[in-house]
Ligand binder design. Structure first.
Ligand SMILES: Nc1ncnc2c1ncn2[C@@H]1O[C@H](COP(=O)(O)OP(=O)(O)OP(=O)(O)O)[C@@H](O)[C@H]1O
Ligand SMILES: [Mg+2]
Length: 343
C-alpha cells in the first residue's frame, strides 16, 4: 500500500489521446504537455532498417514531400492502429518527451480509444503502450472522454449527447450515470472531408491536389452552411497533362464537396437519437447536443445539425482538446477512473 503510494508520487502517470490526426499527452497534476500530429517520418538505411527522423509537427511537414528513401507515416488510420510498430515508436517517443528521459518508474497510462473497436484492436493499443514502457494501461472510450472534457456532468442521472468528430472517426455517445447508454462510431470524419475535397477538385477542375492541400482548403473555406460572405482560396496542383496549375476555389464549391460525408455524420446522429429510450430523449431536448473534435470547427456545423435534428447544438469550448481534457481529468481524479473503467 505504502509502496503503491510511493510509486504513485514518482511515476508521472500520463494520459494519451491517441488520435488519428493528433496525439495529446497530459501528465498527472500538470495537464496537457504535448500536442502534436500523429505522424512519424522514417528513413530506410542501407540495410533496409527503419530509422526515425522526426515525430509530430516536424514529421507532418514532410507528408507528400519526401524523397524516395524517406516516408512520412500516419500510423493511426480510421481511428485504429494501422501500423503497430510505428504506433509503438510514436508512443515511446512521446513518453520519453513527456518525462525528458528522466523517469525511473514506468508510468501508468490512460489511453482514449474509439468506441466499438474490436477486442484485437484494444489489445493492440494496450500492447503498444506496454512495450513502449507503460506499467499499466487503462482504456477510456472516446465519447466518454469527450463528454467529460466538454464539461458534461457524466455522473448525473440525465442523458447528454456528445458528437466527437476527429480525423478518422466520428463518435457519438449518450452519457448518463457515468456510463455510455448508447454509442456509435463511424469512419467518416476530417480525413473523409479532405478526400471529398480532393475528389471534387479532380472531377470539377481536372486538378490533382494532395492531402495537406485539401486540409488547408477545408480549414480556410470549409463550411456546412451558406455564408453571408462566401470565401475563396487559391489552390495549386497538377493538371491532367502533368503541368502545375492554380485555380480559385470558393466556399460554395467546398460545401458541395463535403456535403455527403457531413450527411453521413448527421445520419449516424439521427440513428442514435432514434434508438434512445424515451426518458433520456426527454433529457436531450433540454440538454442538447455537444460537438467536440477538430471537425466541430467546420463553419456553421452546429447550425447545420440543429436544423436537421431539431435540437439545440453547441460546440464545446476547445473542441480539439476535449478528449484530452477528459482523459486528463480521469487521470487526476481516481473516483472518475473507477466510475468509468470499473478499475
Ligand atoms: N478549423 C477547423 N475546421 C475544420 N476542420 C478542422 C479544423 N481544425 C482541425 N480540423 C480537423 O480536425 C481533424 C482533427 O481533429 P482531432 O484532433 O479531434 O482528431 P483526432 O482525435 O486526431 O482523430 P480521431 O479522434 O478520429 O482518432 C482533422 O481532420 C483536421 O483537419
Ligand atoms: Mg479524437
Amino acid at each position: 500500500m505504502f509502496f503503491n503510494k510511493l510509486i504513485g508520487i514518482f511515476s508521472n502517470d500520463m494520459a494519451i489521446d491517441l488520435g488519428t490526426a493528433n496525439t495529446i499527452v497530459s501528465v498527472r497534476g500538470k495537464g496537457i504537455i504535448i500536442n502534436e500530429p500523429s505522424v512519424v517520418a522514417v528513413q530506410k538505411d542501407k540495410y533496409g532498417k527503419d530509422r526515425i527522423l522526426a515525430v509530430g509537427q516536424e514529421a507532418k511537414q514532410m507528408i507528400g514531400k519526401t524523397p524516395l528513401n524517406i516516408q512520412a507515416v500516419r500510423p493511426m488510420q480510421d481511428g485504429v492502429i494501422a501500423d503497430f510498430e510505428m504506433t509503438e515508436r510514436m508512443i515511446r517517443y512521446f513518453i520519453e518527451k513527456a518525462h525528458s528521459r528522466k523517469s525511473f518508474v514506468r508510468p501508468r497510462i490512460i489511453i482514449s480509444i474509439p468506441y466499438g473497436i474490436t477486442q484485437v484492436e484494444r489489445k493492440a493499443v494496450e500492447e503498444s503502450a506496454i512495450s513502449a514502457g507503460a506499467r499499466e494501461v487503462f482504456l477510456v472510450e472516446e465519447p466518454m472522454a469527450a463528454a467529460i472534457g466538454a464539461g458534461i456532468p457524466v455522473a448525473d442521472p440525465s442523458g447528454y449527447v456528445v458528437v466527437d468528430i476527429g480525423g478518422g472517426t466520428t463518435e457519438i455517445g449518450v452519457t448518463s450515470l457515468g456510463g455510455l447508454v448508447l454509442s456509435k462510431s463511424i469512419k467518416v470524419a476530417g480525413d473523409k472531408l479532405d478526400k471529398s475535397i480532393i475528389d471534387y477538385v479532380r472531377q470539377n477542375y481536372n486538378l490533382f491536389i494532395g492531402e495537406r492541400t485539401a486540409e488547408t482548403v477545408k480549414l480556410a473555406v470549409g463550411t456546412a452552411i451558406k455564408l453571408d460572405k462566401e470565401l475563396n482560396i487559391k489552390v495549386k496542383g497538377r493538371d491532367n497533362s502533368g503541368l502545375l496549375s492554380t485555380i480559385e476555389l470558393g466556399s460554395e464549391g467546398v460545401r458541395t464537396a463535403i456535403k455527403e460525408p457531413l450527411k453521413e455524420i448527421v445520419n449516424a446522429l439521427k440513428a442514435v437519437l432514434e434508438d434512445m429510450p424515451p426518458d433520456l430523449a426527454g433529457d436531450v431536448v433540454d440538454n442538447g447536443v455537444i460537438l467536440t473534435g477538430g471537425g466541430a470547427l467546420i463553419r456553421g456545423l452546429d447550425r447545420y445539425i440543429a436544423d436537421i435534428v431539431k435540437l439545440p447544438v453547441r460546440v464545446a469550448e476547445e473542441p480539439l482538446l476535449a478528449v484530452a481534457y477528459g482523459t486528463s481529468k480521469v487521470l487526476d481524479e481516481d473516483n472518475l477512473l473507477k466510475l468509468i473503467t470499473n478499475a
